[in-house]
Write a protein that binds this ligand. Structure first.
Ligand code: SF4
Length: 317
């Protein structure tokens, strides 16, 4: 063209993934369930990051929210109750090139899966974790969960629950080697999207606690969450999770919080009356166990055999 030769090459992706490329089937959650909003925002994140569906894995346990992998046109593993974390860690350990997401609920994570949860935090493997907390067992039709607040009436506690709940943010912040803890709400899509994006961009175990509406079995709680605007406080900081000023203005209260301050994060998590939305804590330098597991990837079977035989020979008699 005009005697000139192009001296640049455009690095265009071979394919552009649209929302349809990530969507599979019609989600069978109840109308008004907060899980729908989490699914939509997650698919938008995959599109923005142009994640390859063939290199993305969603792992879940058991519960309403754990049906999530069925509605993502990626790889998925809808596994055993409370065992999403070991499966996800195994996937990441041997395939560090994959984007790994964990979807779990309050019963799945904080009850039967609590042991796996605590160790997964400490192992700090690179994955995005969403705990959808509706404070009730919804799939099995209203039994008290470990996060149900004191006095919750359910099929297993008709006179009200008698134990104080586990708070997932408090608990996660209490485990050694914690690296990312954030909280958001399914009915604030802009904040939830910004939170999921920050979690995905964090290298390590990015734990997102999502307040999730269950209008079928927790209607009073849904009303309380969505009507009591005084109780919701936006955590802001230049290193935190930011939304546009138009969205930030919808919060009646805002608090500046430095997410590198673990002690301050724990203090905030201990408060019962205020629900803070935003980034509680981030440590970008916490060791990731998957970095160690990846060290022998790429070796051939023969090379691995040679190393093993050399080690065994040290003990030959
Ligand atoms: Fe959602 Fe509750 Fe219905 Fe389960 S029972 S799908 S959590 S609204």
């Amino acid at each position: 063209m005009y005697g000139l030769k192009p001296d640049v090459a455009l690095d265009l992706p071979s394919k552009y993934y649209s929302l349809e490329d990530y969507n599979k089937g019609v989600a069978k959650w109840c109308p008004g369930c907060g899980d729908h909003a989490v699914l939509t925002n997650t698919q938008k994140l995959l599109r923005e990051k142009q994640m390859d569906p063939a290199k993305t894995v969603f792992v879940s346990g058991i519960g309403c929210s754990s049906r999530f992998p069925h509605y993502m046109d990626t790889y998925g593993f809808h596994g055993l109750h409370g065992r999403a974390f070991p499966v996800a860690c195994g996937v990441k350990f041997r395939r560090p090139d994959l984007d790994v997401f964990v979807i779990t609920g309050d019963g799945d994570c904080c009850s039967i899966g609590a042991g796996a949860w605590v160790h997964a935090i400490r192992y700090n493997m690179d994955m995005t974790v969403m705990l959808l907390n509706n404070e009730i067992y919804g799939l099995t039709k209203k039994q008290v969960s470990p996060t149900s607040r004191l006095g919750t009436s359910s099929n297993t506690t008709p006179d009200g629950s008698v134990l104080p709940p586990i708070h997932p943010v408090q608990t996660t912040l209490g485990v050694s080697n914690v690296s990312f803890v954030a909280q958001t709400a399914d009915w604030n899509p802009a904040h939830m999207y910004a939170t999921l994006k920050a979690a995905y961009e964090h290298k390590g175990f990015a734990f997102v606690h999502i307040l999730q509406r269950c209008p079928v079995f927790q209607l009073a709680l849904v009303d309380e969450w969505t009507s009591n605007k005084e109780a919701m406080c936006y955590l802001e900081n230049e290193n935190g999770i930011t939304v546009s000023e138009d969205i930030a203005k919808t919060f009646k209260s805002r608090l500046s919080h430095d997410p590198s301050d673990l002690s301050a994060a724990r203090d905030l998590a201990m408060e019962d009356d205020i629900i803070y939305l935003g980034l509680f804590y981030q440590n970008k330098n916490a060791p990731c166990y998957d970095d160690y597991g990846a060290s022998n990837l790429g070796f051939t079977i023969e090379q691995k055999e040679a190393v093993l035989n050399a080690e065994f020979d040290k003990y030959a008699i």
